[in-house]
Write a protein that binds this ligand. Structure first.
Ligand SMILES: N[C@@H](CCC(=O)N[C@@H](CS)C(=O)NCC(=O)O)C(=O)O
Length: 275
């Protein structure tokens, strides 16, 4: 997407108050309101989907360490992401991505129209996409066993478990000729798994010298590169060097607080949205 369109999609309208997550909840709006935290991989799925679908939206940051009181009345579980449109609030990242695809038929389809392809997509979502998320969390935790923790001492079994999931993703890439899991365009499985695999790749390469991209004879690196080249992913991904430095500092994946990290500190490429 050209830079101008991306700016409009992310930034309309944007105020410093909203950026701090302090604004009152918007009432009925004509465009979706996306409640997010820039460091949450689940929220990043929705960010990518909105940008891929080229849906104009308003983005509101929620500081997860200092949630505005109104947010729980919007989403009782208090989690990001949430998307509000026309008085309805949608939650759960995968459900939101599916809903967006149906509600906004413009832009590329994330859920294929073809029935056989859709079945394959569902198998990927339930199987290796979900498996990659959990095996990757386990690998990142290493010998600490801390959920969402980052540690050293990754075991051969932890590496093999993630490798098995990545091999299945690589097989899908081979079947469809890439560069994305179901062929020429990114679809739901790409969107769901990328924010997680991006973090695991940055973390494992930087902290353990372990190259996840080598899986499938390098097919996974090709896929990571193809996703990284999408303007949606370039906009929503944290800067890899800054993310790695944050991993080193906190040794966990969920250091979600805008006191430590103002919303775009690890995303300096988005800082222009705050001007
Ligand atoms: N299953 C949810 C998970 C969302 C989630 O766990 N979000 C975390 C941030 S990554 C959150 O909002 N945590 C805030 C809290 O637990 O209070 C989804 O897919 O949307």
């Amino acid at each position: 997407m050209p830079q101008a369109a991306r700016r409009e999609a992310i930034a309309t309208p944007w105020t410093a108050q909203e950026a701090a997550g302090l604004a009152a909840p918007p009432s009925q709006r004509e465009e979706p309101v996306f409640y997010t935290h820039t460091l949450c991989p689940y929220a990043e799925r929705v960010w990518i989907a909105l940008l891929e679908k080229q849906v104009p939206f308003q983005l509101i940051h929620i500081d997860l360490s200092r949630k505005p009181t109104w947010y729980r009345s919007l989403n009782p579980r208090g989690l990001v992401p949430a998307v509000q449109l026309g008085g309805m609030v949608h939650t759960e990242s995968a459900d939101i991505c599916r809903w967006l695809d149906g509600a906004f038929p413009m832009g590329p389809q994330l859920v294929p129209g073809d029935a056989a392809l859709r079945r394959e997509m569902e198998d990927l979502v339930r199987g290796p996409c979900s498996g990659t998320v959990s095996a990757g969390l386990d690998l990142m935790a290493g010998c600490t066993g801390r959920h969402w923790g980052i540690g050293s001492g990754q075991t051969a079994a932890q590496k093999a478990a993630l490798q098995a999931e990545l091999d299945q993703l690589a097989a899908a890439l081979r079947r469809h000729g890439g560069p994305f899991l179901l062929g020429a365009q990114p679809t739901l499985p790409d969107v769901l798994v990328y924010p997680f695999l991006y973090r695991y790749d940055v973390g494992m390469r930087g902290l353990a010298g372990h190259d996840l991209g080598a899986a499938g004879g390098g097919a996974i690196r090709g896929w990571l590169d193809a996703m990284a080249a999408r303007p949606s992913c370039a906009a929503s991904s944290a800067d890899p060097q800054l993310l790695l430095a944050a991993f080193r500092k906190h040794m966990e994946l969920d250091f979600f607080d805008y006191t430590t990290y103002p919303c775009f500190k690890l995303h300096p490429h988005n800082a222009y949205l705050l001007q």
